[in-house]
Design a protein. Structure first.
Length: 124
């Protein structure tokens, strides 16, 4: 059963080979399942929750977070993005700038304590 925020079997099949192998032949505790780790990361990204709020079914949040950072450092997220965006439908692509908020200083506003030059008295 696929739960909210988790990837489908079809989606997993497209990206599963991009992740490091779970079994490396090294001694020690075996790595957790990559799909479970990914679903935990997606739960965080899609829900907007803090790492500590991750449901227990994904495992300890510290484990998920450390795997997230490891994948980030070795460039897995970038590879997945490029692979998935290569076949994106760009015909209906739309970016609405009305939703982008900028700080007032980025659009010509004045910093605290600065004077507006148009309000200064003009010398004759």
């Amino acid at each position: 059963m696929i739960r909210r925020y988790e990837i489908t079997n079809e989606e997993w099949e497209r990206i599963k080979d991009m992740f490091p192998p779970e079994r490396t032949g090294k001694k020690g505790r075996p790595a957790k399942n990559n799909r479970i780790m990914l679903n935990g990361m997606l739960w965080i990204a899609r829900s907007g929750a803090q790492w500590r709020e991750l449901p227990e079914r994904y495992g300890p949040w510290q484990t998920i977070y450390s795997r997230f950072r490891k994948w980030q450092e070795i460039g897995i997220w970038e590879k997945i993005f490029h692979m998935l965006s290569s076949d994106a439908d760009k015909e209906n692509l739309s970016i609405d700038s009305t939703m982008a908020k900028a700080h007032q200083s980025t659009n010509g506003g004045f910093k605290k304590g600065e004077k507006n030059p148009s309000e200064e008295p003009v010398e004759d």
